[in-house]
Ligand binder design. Structure first.
Ligand code: GAR
Length: 213
């Protein structure tokens, strides 16, 4: 039986493309991408889904100037997102460059089913440091700006992680991790592109592996 996968994204969707290509090449185990949703209208990942005739949706988080209304608006948006995703009964939900934090209420509706790609190295224990393969301790970078943060800290290396999503942001059981060296003349773009090369390989490997469990 197929293992259905929903992909949430906010940007270019090169990781989605890696999954699409792997599925087409028969390299994604039993996994089939059933649904793609984005909170950003201009996310190129949506175009990729359309080109490949994958069901897709754009669900913007409504803006408001009234900060007291914001939590209710956000909760309603998230519930619409959950309802849309649930309609596809996915076995797995992949956050592939999805730049929103999902609440415990959302996660409770898809227990153990949500995984996240993070463009930095996260430790097994949820701690504040990661010990590299050569024994160096570096900060565990969390949040939305970890590629520039890695450069700003002057780290010798950074990397990428795929983990199960729990209510603690950028934390949760680790599924895969790869170290990526930082080169002397790296810019945010060159470094992020080298990280993404590894992320695309890893996401295919992890989704295929989970689909065969
Ligand atoms: C990836 O580097 C992913 O780790 C990151 O967004 C990029 C998406 O690339 N995710 C986050 O930063 C989540 N906080 P893509 O749109 O080309 O697949």
């Amino acid at each position: 039986m197929a293992y259905s996968v929903a992909v949430l994204l906010s940007g270019s969707g090169s990781n989605l493309q890696a999954l699409i290509d792997a599925e087409a090449a028969g390299k994604l185990g039993k996994a089939r991408i059933c649904f793609v949703v984005s909170d950003q209208a201009e996310a190129y990942g949506l175009q990729r889904a359309l080109v490949h005739q994958i069901a897709s949706a754009y669900l913007p988080l409504p803006r408001t100037r009234n900060s007291t209304e914001r939590p209710a608006i956000r909760a309603a948006w998230e519930q619409r997102l959950a309802t849309m995703i649930a309609a596809f009964s996915p076995d797995l939900i992949v956050l592939a460059g999805f730049m929103r934090i999902l609440s415990p209420r959302f996660l409770d509706q898809f227990p153990e089913r949500v995984i996240n790609q993070h463009p930095a190295l996260l430790p097994d224990d949820g701690g504040s440091h990661y010990t590299t393969s050569s024994g160096i301790q570096i900060p565990a970078l969390r949040g939305a700006h970890v590629v520039p943060d890695a450069l700003a800290h002057g780290l010798p290396l950074t990397g990428c992680t795929i983990h199960r999503v729990t209510p603690r942001v950028d934390d949760g059981p680790i599924l895969a991790r790869t170290e990526v060296p930082i080169l002397p003349h790296d810019s945010i773009e060159t470094l992020h592109e080298r990280i993404k090369l590894e992320e695309r390989r890893m996401i295919v490997e992890v989704v295929a592996r989970l689909s065969l469990l």
